[in-house]
Design a protein around this ligand. Structure first.
Ligand code: HEC
Ligand code: HEC
Length: 256
């Protein structure tokens, strides 16, 4: 009897292992691109998003006003010191308890430390700066915190991800877990990892943030589009980043 019990537990744990590893099998968005687009993404001379990275690099070194400090004045040697920073965002700001993504952290430094007006979400400046700083973490695995103070945000993001919404009554999960690999309007549905953002999207003819992509998905199911930088999308971003733990940062991405 005891033996059967143990055998059953072993059998169950065998079943549990592949289920548990399903999460670690999440693949980056670029794996679902055509081989040509994937090659183009990796090629600095053919991926237009590298232009934004370059702009961000310049902006980082430039004084915004004669009496203001450049970012680089405080952040010397960004290639070394800020490499890896993007892998830890979104994160809870210890001082305010707010969830900040990389955009939010940049704006905080811009306003509080550089004493300049915020760039504004989706402005070319913030997109460039975010693309530049994220590109410094290219190839490094995502490692956001999802426990402790971050946990309520992570769980709110999960609830959002799993909730059916919009006129089409579809959850994010139904597409980005259930229909991965299926075609939808010329795209192949990915896991929605978000590790390539800000990304250049051919449909936009522009670089856009992850929140712009989320707004496109919300619109796709005729659901509420939340604001750029909204609490809802920040929590969702943390959940996506938590799911994508271990996947390398690929910013700047290139998408259809
Ligand atoms: C009807 C199916 C559908 C639903 C529902 C949906 N999406 Fe998407 N989503 C897509 C398609 C198609 C794309 C473009 C192909 C791809 O990258 O998956 C996409 C792209 C994305 C991407 C960009 C991935 C990349 O690497 O470029 C993210 C992130 C994402 N979705 C998140 C979400 C979230 C979060 C929700 C819920 C609010 C959601 N999606 C709802 C179909 C859907
Ligand atoms: C007056 C000095 C100063 C200026 C100017 C400044 N920062 Fe900061 N920045 C800091 C300090 C201090 C921190 C917090 C360091 C810490 O505690 O990790 C920080 C943190 C950051 C972080 C988070 C790093 C991490 O590892 O999480 C980013 C990203 C950042 N700054 C970007 C910028 C950008 C972009 C600019 C220009 C728009 C800028 N900073 C201007 C001092 C400055």
């Amino acid at each position: 009897m005891a033996k059967t019990g143990i055998a059953l537990i072993l059998a169950l744990s065998v079943v549990v292992v592949p289920a548990g590893s399903a999460l670690s099998e999440i693949k980056s968005g670029s794996e679902f691109l055509s081989p040509e687009l994937r090659r183009q993404q990796a090629d600095e001379t053919r991926n237009p998003a590298f232009f934004w990275v370059e702009q961000g690099r310049e902006l980082f070194s430039r004084r915004p006003a004669p009496d203001a400090q450049a970012c680089i004045a405080c952040h010397v040697d960004p290639q070394q010191k800020l490499r890896g920073a993007a892998t830890r965002y979104p994160q809870v700001d210890a001082a305010t308890g707010k969830l900040l993504n990389l955009e939010g952290r940049i704006e905080q430094c811009r306003v509080e430390r550089q004493k300049q007006p915020a760039f504004g979400y989706e402005s070319p400046e913030l997109l460039s700066m975010t693309a530049y700083l994220a590109s410094l973490s290219r190839g490094l695995p995502m490692q956001v915190k999802t426990d402790g103070a971050a946990n309520p945000f992570f769980e709110a993001g999960r609830a959002f991800f799993e909730r059916r919404q919009g006129q089409l009554n579809l959850s994010c999960q139904q597409c980005h877990d259930g229909l991965v690999g299926q075609k939808l309007r010329g795209d192949t549905i990915s896991h929605g990892a978000g590790t390539g953002y800000p990304a250049y999207r051919l449909e936009w003819n522009d670089v856009g943030s992850l929140h712009r992509r989320l707004r496109a998905c919300s619109l796709g199911v005729r659901a509420t589009q939340f604001d750029y930088g909204s609490a809802e999308y920040l929590a969702l971003e943390l959940y996506l980043a938590g799911r994508a733990k271990g996947l390398p940062v690929e910013t700047p991405g290139l998408r259809r």
